[in-house]
Design a binder for this molecule. Structure first.
Ligand code: PMP
Length: 465
């Protein structure tokens, strides 16, 4: 059945590809390479499956961009949007107005997030949420009469978005080299990547050592200049880095010791991805500020949020005057209505508990079966967020160079077998919708296993070209 809206013209795949190549500048894309290969046109989706314009069914092991937590084809979300659009498609939260969906969603988010996060600032994307945090944190310290506390410390390979400021705060090397970055007052420490930086240490020792890099950075910058530390509970786009035991507790202690605000970027980890509502609960982090996006609406509409803890909100409210910041669509009522219904689906169907108790452990168990493959250096993950890192030599802990070529080949083998698995450099990454079944996980992992074999066979040619 064609699910294309009637308003769109019917075209062949070739026509779509030609038009796309002629006009669209895609995000995170090498334009020449795309023009040469053509894009795959996705026309509809249901459950964990996508269909392309040729009618091929594809298992989406990445839930879009880690976001379609409730799965595709949810009629309830369509109905929630239609109801809200009929009643009030749009109004804003500026100048002392409010709308019921934004009020209800704020209340719900306060209820779901860890204690003490009692206020919400809505934005449209994770990038905007993190940008908002930068302005809010600096405003907080200015109001606290410590305006020299401006530096925000992030981590190498941390991803916080694509706006100018979010890119500066993030730690993606190649990304930061474009566009006149970096900006001043953003510093970075190494991410807790044990395979890279501590393969011979116990996880506990490495966790302590990696958190110690924060203390070193604070001392080097000067504690009186540091405003905040930001990290993803599990680093996603930067290689699926699962924190070693004790890491977050030590980070928490160091931040508290210096009075530095702790920000958890929950854009990926939120809404059940790690088996609890938020990664902060999985890793026992008590953040002062939390950013949310993606799974908040399961990607059905763009919406994101900054959860603000009492320490910061009290200052903003009591001493702040006007916070001169916001977006036309902050708290968009239709997006809020869809987010509310999405959260209610996750609750009704017990999807978060299912990730923790059943399907998450099942995915990890199946992936563990790949550990003995000659290409596999490490299998790591939590909940429905997993990475399989490919390395050149397991005993020597030596990596492939140039980095990413082997991972990309493996990803292409998965994709040509109709399973979306992402390659972050040479780590194969999976984050499927939370509704994925055991059979679908078997298919995904079997496809990855075959792709690993094919990649292994391709190695001599790959590394010599
Ligand atoms: N933070 C994290 C941890 C992310 O993974 C992303 C997106 N991948 C963002 C922020 C940025 O979100 P958006 O793309 O919605 O701006």
């Amino acid at each position: 059945a064609s699910a294309l809206p009637a308003a769109l013209p019917t075209r062949s795949t070739a026509e779509w590809r030609a038009l796309d190549a002629a006009h669209a500048l895609h995000p995170f894309t090498d334009y020449k390479a795309l023009a040469a290969e053509g894009s795959r046109i996705i026309t509809r989706a249901d459950g964990v499956y996508l269909w392309d314009s040729e009618g091929t069914r594809i298992l989406d092991g990445m839930a879009g961009l880690w976001c379609v937590n409730a799965g595709y084809g949810r009629r309830e979300l369509v109905d929630a949007a239609a109801r809200q659009m009929t009643a009030l498609p749009y109004y804003n939260l500026f100048f002392k107005t409010a709308t019921p969906p934004a009020i209800e969603l704020a209340r719900k988010l306060v209820e779901l997030t860890p204690a003490g996060l009692n206020h919400v600032f809505f934005t449209n994307s994770g990038s905007e949420a993190n940008d908002t945090v930068i302005r809010m944190v600096r405003q907080y310290w200015a109001l606290e009469d410590q305006p020299e506390r401006r530096v925000i410390i992030g981590r190498h390979n941390g991803y916080h978005g694509s706006t100018v400021a979010a890119t500066a705060m993030g730690g993606m090397g190649a990304m930061r080299r474009q566009g006149g970055l970096p900006l001043p007052d953003f510093e970075h420490i190494r991410e807790p990547n044990r395979l890279r930086y501590g393969p011979d240490q116990s996880p506990e020792d490495f966790g302590r050592a990696a958190a110690g890099w924060l203390e070193e950075a604070i001392q080097a910058i000067g504690p009186g200049r540091v405003a905040a530390f930001i990290g993803e509970p599990i680093q996603g786009a930067g290689g699926l880095i699962v924190p070693p035991p004790g890491y977050w507790a030590e980070i928490q202690r160091i931040c508290a010791n210096h009075g530095i605000l702790l920000i958890a970027d929950e854009v990926i980890c939120g809404f059940g991805r790690t088996g609890r509502w938020f990664g902060s609960q999985t890793f026992d982090i008590r953040p002062d500020i939390m950013t949310l996006a993606k799974g908040l609406s399961s990607g059905y509409l763009p919406i994101a949020a900054v959860m603000v803890g009492d320490r910061v909100s009290r200052t903003l409210i009591d001493k702040g005057g006007e916070f001169i910041h916001g977006f036309t669509y902050s708290g968009h009522p239709t997006a809020c209505a869809v987010a509310l219904e999405n959260i209610s689906i996750l609750e009704r169907e017990g999807l978060v508990d299912r990730v923790r108790e059943d399907i998450g452990p099942f995915l990890m168990e199946r992936l563990e079966g790949l550990r003995d493959h000659p290409l596999v250096g490490e299998v790591r993950g939590k909940g429905l967020m997993a990475g399989v890192e490919l390395i050149r030599d397991k005993d020597q802990h030596s990596f492939f160079a140039p980095v990413g070529r082997v991972g990309t080949r493996c990803r292409d083998h998965c994709f040509s077998n109709n399973v979306v698995i992402r390659a972050v450099e040479d780590t194969m990454v999976m984050a499927p919708p939370l509704i994925i079944t055991r059979d679908q996980i078997e298919t995904m992992v079997d496809t990855l296993a075959r792709a690993l074999d094919r990649t292994q066979r391709d190695l001599p040619r790959l590394m010599s070209s």
